[in-house]
Every structure is written in structure tokens, then in C-alpha cells.
Design a binder for this molecule. Structure first.
Ligand code: NAP
Length: 340
């Protein structure tokens, strides 16, 4: 059953709505009080740092990064800055035209385009195959692509689309490429989650409603997919613990990008006109994922949830190892892609 969109939660969640939320007295969940985990040293960067600032002075020559959703928003900025610091970047887009155009705009031939449509497991497999054929270790695997709050229930192979695109497609891609990440001297997997993971259903992941048919709420389902992103990062960290590779989840902040494309037009207007007061800009929004992917200051850190360039405490459900293990198992079953 499709539920009408809950207007208040819609407002609280949209990237384009942070401004409106502030105006109406709502606050963006998680924005007011990020708590740092005890005993973890904090880095020098924060909410106003940009991707260029957090990588200043770094020489990433010889490193390879793969970024999903590199044609737009945070993914494009991450690709631009990593390439600027000397990394070779594989930038994915949903079509060859989008990937080609984005990568062609990166100077010095540092970016290689790849087609990746996360709602199609055949496309995921082809993308993985193309990357495997490059025969290069992957130093940074940045799972950035995403969609948010589709107003009506949409399904892919009988699965609610946000869960499929944001989590399952990335799960399959990562498992296919895991050996390449492990082949790097210190491979890093960065999963773009969101503070919106808190809007996930009470039990975290509704394994009995992954089709979305029993009940569909756009924000709750977005929250579920972003909780799945975090659980996936944490489970990866557990599975990679005896290797040189790491995995972390990231909340980038609230940024006015195309992510809010399904929100009412007036919220886009508010974000376009007033968003600069309340939101990060794209260079700031790309800072945390770029930092976690590339900075020597986070070397060896694994199994953390970062926001504003520092580890913060997520909703406890993200740290539930049983939920993460079950999600992994179900994801293997649903995608048919299994870890070696
Ligand atoms: N912006 C925020 O406030 C915010 C807050 C918290 C978390 N995040 C997370 O940050 C990440 C980046 O978002 P953004 O703000 O940069 O949004 P964006 O500008 O809309 O970028 C999203 C990217 O994902 C791609 N994508 C969408 N559906 C896809 C699919 N089925 N297969 C492959 N790629 C697909 C898009 O391709 P097209 O251009 O072809 O659609 C685009 O390249 C997302 O995971 C999002 O959940 C963002």
C-alpha cells in the first residue's frame, strides 16, 4: 500500500528542505548534535572544510579511485578533487554519455568513464568486469550514487527501488571488486550513508517488506536504504579486519544537489535562494567522503560513521552486528553475488 507522503518528515529530510525546515522550526535529524565516539582522536577538519582543503598537499599519484555517480553533485566533486591530487579515477554514470561527459571534463585524462546502472544487476556485472579487466588495485572505492524519497512505490525485480539502487546494486559491485580493493596496499571503501538512516523503520531493515508493498513511506524507505549502507560498511569492516583494507560510512551533510529532485518545486526554490544559509555547498559536502577515502589522518580507521570529517556515533541500529550479518546474507541471496 502506498502511503501519502508525510509532509513534516518530507520537509525534515529533503536536501532541498533544510532551509525550509529551519524556517518552520523543524531541524534536520542529526544536524544539531553529532556526538563523537569516546577515545577517538579528532582530526583538524570540520563542517566548513572543503574537499580541496582536506586533501591539500596530498600526492595521490599511483592510486586508483572508483566513484559511483560521478557525473553529478558530490560524486563529481570527489572525482575532480581526487584527480587534481594525482589519482586515476574511474567515474561511473548511468549512461555512456553521462560518464563520458563527466570524465572528459577532468583535466589530464585522469578519469576513465564506466557505465553503471545500479538498478540493473547485468549493468553492475558489466561494470565490474570492465574494472577487473583494467587489472589494477583499487585504492579507493567510493559508493556514492543514490536516490531519495521516490514519491510513489517503484520496484526493481520486485524490490523497492531505493533499497535496490542505494544498497543492493552497491553490494553486488563491491563484492565483485573486493579482491581488487584487498590487492591495494591499504584499500579503502567509503559508503555514502546519511543522517537520514535514523528514519529507517523501527526494526531497522524490514526484511518482510523489501518489496515495499505492505507499506510504502518515501522517507522511511530512504532511511532504510541509508541504514543498509551503514550496516554494509560496518559488516565490511568486520570482514576486512585481518586485511589491510578498511570500510567506513559517511554522512556528507545537507547539500542542495539533484538528490532533492523528487521534492516539491517550492522546496527547491527555498533551497536555491536561502539554502546557502543553512546548507553545505558541494565542495563542503564532498569533504568528508574525500577525506575518509584519501587522507593519511584516517589511516587504518575502519568501521566508523563519519560526519563533518570526524567519526560520530550513529543510530545504534547501524552498529547491530546481527542485523548487519542478516542483511549481508539476504543481499547475497537477492543479488546472487556471493563473497569468496
Ligand atoms: N545531498 C545531500 O544533502 C545528501 C545528504 C545525505 C546523504 N547524501 C548521499 O550522498 C550521495 C550523493 O548524492 P548527491 O547529493 O550528490 O546527489 P546527486 O547529485 O543526485 O547525485 C547522485 C548520483 O547518483 C546517480 N544515480 C542515481 N540513480 C542511479 C542508478 N540507478 N544507478 C547508478 N547511478 C545512479 C546519479 O546519476 P544521474 O545524474 O544520472 O541521476 C548521480 O550521479 C547519495 O548517496 C546520497 O544519499 C546526500
Amino acid at each position: 500500500m502506498t502511503k501519502p507522503i508525510d509532509r513534516r518528515r518530507f520537509l525534515a529530510g529533503a536536501s532541498s528542505v533544510a532551509a525550509a525546515a529551519a524556517l518552520t522550526g523543524c531541524s534536520e535529524p542529526g544536524s544539531d548534535a553529532f556526538v563523537n565516539p569516546p577515545g577517538v582522536a579528532l582530526g583538524p577538519f570540520g563542517s566548513n572544510s572543503t574537499a580541496e582543503e582536506v586533501t591539500e598537499g596530498l600526492d595521490l599519484t599511483g592510486k586508483t579511485a572508483l566513484i559511483t555517480g560521478a557525473n553529478s553533485g558530490l560524486g563529481y566533486e570527489t572525482m575532480r578533487v581526487l584527480a587534481m591530487r594525482g589519482a586515476k579515477v574511474i567515474g561511473t554514470g548511468r549512461t555512456a554519455e553521462k560518464a563520458d561527459t563527466a570524465c572528459a571534463s577532468i583535466p589530464g585524462g585522469m578519469a576513465t568513464p564506466a557505465v553503471l546502472e545500479l538498478s540493473n544487476l547485468g549493468s553492475v556485472a558489466s561494470c565490474a568486469e570492465q574494472v577487473l579487466e583494467m587489472d589494477t588495485p583499487i585504492d579507493m572505492l567510493i559508493l556514492n550514487a543514490g536516490i531519495m524519497a521516490l514519491p510513489e512505490l517503484e520496484q526493481v525485480d520486485g524490490v523497492e527501488r531505493q533499497f535496490f539502487v542505494n544498497h543492493l546494486g552497491h553490494f553486488a559491485l563491491t563484492v565483485e571488486l573486493l579482491e581488487r580493493v584487498k590487492a591495494a596496499p591499504a584499500g579503502r571503501i567509503v559508503v555514502l550513508s546519511s543522517s537520514g538512516h535514523q528514519w529507517a523503520p523501527e526494526g531497522g531493515i524490514e526484511f518482510d517488506n523489501l518489496s515495499g508493498e505492505r507499506e510504502y513511506d518515501p522517507m522511511k524507505m530512504y532511511g532504510q536504504s541509508k541504514l543498509a549502507n551503514g550496516l554494509f560498511a560496518f559488516e565490511l569492516a568486520r570482514r576486512l579486519k585481518d586485511t589491510n583494507a578498511t570500510a567506513n560510512a559517511v554522512h556528507p551533510g545537507i547539500i542542495n544537489t539533484n538528490l532533492g529532485r523528487h521534492f516539491p518545486k517550492w522546496t527547491t526554490f527555498v533551497a536555491d535562494t536561502l539554502g546557502w544559509v543553512f546548507m553545505k555547498d558541494v565542495p563542503e559536502g564532498a569533504a568528508t567522503s574525500t577525506y575518509v577515502a584519501a587522507s593519511p589522518l584516517v589511516e587504518g580507521m575502519s568501521g566508523y560513521y563519519f560526519a563533518d570529517c570526524n567519526p560520530v556515533v550513529p543510530d545504534p541500529r547501524m552498529e547491530d552486528p546481527e542485523l548487519a550479518a542478516r542483511l549481508w546474507e539476504v543481499s547475497e541471496e537477492m543479488t546472487g553475488v556471493r563473497a569468496a
